[in-house]
Each structure stands twice: as structure tokens, then as C-alpha cells.
Design a protein around this ligand. Structure first.
Ligand code: A2P
Length: 267
């Protein structure tokens, strides 16, 4: 859809796309997902993030959001928390089909396949809305061309917060592009503050070895395993230390290595 199709009360700032919301789904009081039109000229690598805002002020507030859809998708999808009183999410959570969302034109980020050396098994570690970039990567065939096995871990406080990741992974087997690869994908979902078959923080489950036993895979090893991490500041720090304990080394776009961390969402 053309930028001109979107209606705003304020002039659209330069370097910004104005797009139209096509779908909104609320999961809990604090989590929702939305889809919007994708500008024809917008290119990104699965796993990258963009800055999102609303046309509700002369100088809109922008926040970093991972694109949750894969790069082949005709639309763009985002997964968001609702922060009470949050300068953006307070308003963003009220969007409806047909509304306008602003997006800065340049995507960026470190959670991309290019920033990792080839390996056998890719681990994606997420907590809360940190699952979003992995929602993109697990729908990109390139991920499965590069790795035989893909394990995405998602840890939340409560069971209801797992709905997006669980529904998405369950639906992948019917996906036209990734369905044939879905056998190589495993979702390891854990909960920390309610009863659930798999309980605890992923860092503790790696330290005890339980996650490896549960999945029937050997412990993480630098020759075979690669990692991507997305979550809160404390989670990034602790998961990074755990991976370094297994001998993995942090990489970047300019210097690919055995694991990468996304710091864009950290305060
Ligand atoms: P916990 O309930 O034990 O704090 P948050 O909403 O605070 O970002 O937490 C999301 C999930 O991430 C929760 O299940 C939380 O567990 C877990 N978590 C929080 N901090 C860490 C950390 N430093 N390492 C691993 N997991 C963490």
C-alpha cells in the first residue's frame, strides 16, 4: 500500500513510513500482536528490528520493535507488551484495523543468521516479548538451510504469556514455505511463577542440564551449537554468561561468531 493511503492528523516526519493496521490480536491484559501493510521499498533481514511510533503528536515517540514476520511476508507483524502509562504502548495497545502506524525506514539488529558462524544446532533464548525476533527467524527457510536443528526457548512468568509462541509454532507445520522444515524446530517453553510441565528460568535449566535431558540433545558445545539471546537486561547478562561458560563467543554483523545478543530493547 502507498504511504499516501494512510491518514494522519500530523505531518509524517521525514524518513518515516506511515502504514495501515490490518489485524490486531490481544493475548492477555499485557500482550498483543498486530499486522500492518508493508511498504514496497522496505527490505529487512529476518530477526532485525525497526523503530515504531504513532501519528499522535508533532514529534512522535518511537520505540524499537523486532519485526516478528519473516522477510518474505507481504505484511509486517509485531508482538508487543502493554505498559500502563507507557509513552507508546499506552496508545499502541488501542490500535484497530485501518489505523495508521509509523515506522522509521531503516531496519537493524544483531539477531540475524549472518552474524553467526555455521553450526549444527541453533538455540534461540527468549523471555517475554523477546520471542518476537524468533517469530521471524523460525518462519524463514534460510534458518533451516543454515542449521539442521533449531531450538527456541521461551520463558514467561505465567502460562497465558506463552500463547503467541505456542500458537505460532503449532501453525508452522501448515506454513507454505516452512512446513517442510518444521520437523527440525523445537519449542521449549517454561514458566516461572505458575504450574507447568516445564518450570524455571532457562539459565537454571542449562546449569542443571535439565533442558538438554528434556530435549534429548548434548550440552551446548562451541563446535556444534550457536545461540541468539533476546530478553530483559538481566536475562541477557545471565544467559550470555551461561553460553560463555560453554565456550561460546559473542559475535556481531561485522565479526560473526558463535552467539549474538540483542540489546536494542534494554532501558
Ligand atoms: P522469574 O519469574 O524467575 O523472574 P520479566 O517479565 O521480569 O522480564 O521476566 C520474564 C521471564 O524471564 C520470567 O519467567 C523471569 O523469571 C525470567 N527471567 C527474569 N530474569 C531472568 C534472568 N536474569 N535470567 C533468566 N531468566 C530471567
Amino acid at each position: 500500500m502507498l504511504d499516501a493511503a494512510a491518514k494522519t492528523d500530523f505531518p509524517i516526519p521525514t524518513g518515516v513510513f506511515a502504514q495501515t493496521v490490518t489485524e490486531v490480536q490481544h493475548y492477555t491484559d499485557s500482550l498483543f500482536r498486530f499486522r500492518m501493510t508493508r511498504p514496497d521499498t522496505f527490505r529487512f533481514r529476518s530477526g532485525e528490528f525497526v523503530m515504531i511510533g504513532l501519528p499522535n503528536a508533532e514529534k512522535p515517540v518511537f520505540r524499537a520493535y523486532s519485526v516478528a514476520s519473516p522477510n518474505w511476508d507481504e505484511e509486517l507483524e509485531f508482538y508487543s507488551i502493554k505498559v500502563p502509562g507507557g509513552p507508546l504502548t499506552e496508545h499502541l495497545q488501542k490500535i484497530k484495523e485501518g489505523d495508521t502506524v509509523l515506522m522509521r525506514k531503516k531496519p537493524t539488529g544483531t539477531l540475524v543468521n549472518d552474524a553467526l558462524l555455521p553450526g549444527k544446532r541453533l538455540w534461540m533464548f527468549s523471555t517475554g516479548t523477546g520471542f518476537a525476533p524468533f517469530a521471524s527467524l523460525i518462519r524463514d527457510p534460510e534458518t533451516y538451510e543454515k542449521f539442521e536443528e533449531v531450538i527456541v526457548t521461551h520463558t514467561c512468568r505465567e502460562v497465558a504469556e506463552l500463547a503467541y509462541s505456542q500458537e505460532l509454532v503449532a501453525s508452522l507445520k501448515d506454513d507454505p514455505l516452512c512446513g517442510e522444515f518444521a520437523g527440525g524446530l523445537h519449542l521449549y517453553a517454561t514458566v516461572t511463577r505458575e504450574d507447568f510441565p516445564f518450570k524455571g528460568r532457562i539459565t537454571d535449566l542449562m546449569a542443571s542440564g535439565k533442558v538438554f535431558d528434556d530435549l534429548g540433545v548434548p550440552p551446548i558445545h562451541p563446535e556444534t551449537d550457536r545461540g541468539m539471546i533476546c530478553g530483559s537486561m538481566a536475562m541477557l547478562k545471565d544467559t550470555k554468561a551461561t553460553l560463555e561458560g560453554f565456550g561460546l563467543v559473542e559475535g556481531s554483523n561485522s565479526k560473526p561468531d558463535t552467539f549474538v545478543v540483542e540489546r536494542a530493547f534494554v532501558d
